[in-house]
Design a protein around this ligand. Structure first.
Ligand code: FES
Length: 323
């Protein structure tokens, strides 16, 4: 379950017209919780709006600061715009403890291929940094972006480390260089296999997943942006009791618990509303959840101590939640 920490914006910097880099520190300057490569934090932007951002350089033993890169999208769902407008240097922000849904496995005998597209460089940079710090690892990073002026380079070594390849599809001058995913996977297979990690636009991740499918020695991992659709049309209504107020709210077959609570005037933090971020994780006190998220492990789902109320339902007639 994500806990929230009062923090403040220690530094704020536009690295280009569309990417804002923020450095956050604990409100009382204490050490922030540890995080491993691939981890993200939630930012509570107020009015129930919570957004996730990957840590650019997480520290496995705890850190004085968290650094994130935010792609500010005027046509997005409003989260990045609110970050740009509200998170001013020195200002407060509530930060969730790190979660890692995209963990890096480091084994010295197994090569790692990292693939980033656009702002997907943020967790991939964290992974490359961890590999840089680990002697004896074999790795390479392929970073694709439209043009250098709009790309985010969290570290200067991205420009000149021989293990890093940059692909600029629409350079300001000259012709672009395309990332050949098929060739990249073919080479990894020919060299005995690899773990391939990818974060970027869904088209890039889907294309790479297709190239990796069924290939010998390849393990493919991508940052989840969508949960699998597990609804089967057999959803039924059930009751949810809120333990702290004693209220019982009916959840109709065509409504999520989150929607039913909202309609009843009960505010609960949420973000993705598709079971991939953890913002709406809620402790379960009684009843059995029907889990439909992409976050909890099979063991955590079986333990049924908490559930994502944006997508999961009940397999018993009633649930009691710690709300
Ligand atoms: Fe993201 Fe529920 S809102 S998991």
């Amino acid at each position: 379950m994500t806990a929230f920490i009062p923090a403040r914006v220690a530094q704020r910097r536009w690295v280009n017209p569309s990417v804002l880099e923020l450095v956050l520190e604990a409100h009382d300057s204490t050490v922030l919780p540890a995080a491993a490569a691939g981890a993200h934090i939630d930012l509570d932007l107020g009015n129930g709006l919570v957004r996730q951002y990957s840590l650019v350089d997480p520290a496995p033993t705890g850190a004085q600061r968290y650094r994130i890169g935010v792609k500010v999208q005027s046509d997005g769902r409003g989260g990045s715009r609110r970050v740009a407008e509200q998170l001013l240097e020195g200002g407060p922000i509530t930060v969730g403890t790190p979660r890692n849904l995209f963990p890096l496995e480091i084994q010295t005998q197994r090569p790692v291929v990292l693939v980033a597209g656009g702002i997907g460089i943020t967790p991939i940079h964290a992974m490359a940094s961890a590999l840089l710090r680990t002697p004896g690892t074999a790795w390479q990073l392929h970073y694709a972006f439209s043009c250098r002026e709009a790309a985010y380079f969290p570290s200067t070594w991205l420009h000149d480390d021989a293990r890093v390849s940059l692909y600029e599809s629409h350079p300001a001058q000259g012709s672009g260089k395309a990332l050949d995913l098929q060739a990249l996977v073919d080479l990894a297979v020919a060299q005995g296999g690899a773990d391939i990690y990818c974060c970027g636009p869904s088209g890039l991740m889907e294309a790479l997943a297709r190239c990796c499918e069924g290939r010998p020695g390849i393990r493919y991992v991508q940052e989840s942006f969508e949960a699998p659709d597990l609804s089967d049309g057999s959803e039924t209504a059930f009751d949810v009791t809120l333990a702290r107020s004693g209220r019982t709210i009916r959840v109709a077959a065509d409504r999520s618990i989150l929607e039913a609570l909202r309609e009843a005037g009960v505010g609960v933090p949420s973000s993705c509303e598709q079971g991939i971020c953890g913002a709406c994780e809620t402790p379960v006190l009684a009843g059995t959840p029907l889990h439909r998220d992409a976050i909890l492990s099979p063991g955590e789902q079986a333990a049924a101590r908490s559930m994502m109320i944006c997508c999961s339902r009940a397999s018993t007639p009633a649930l009691t939640l710690d709300l």
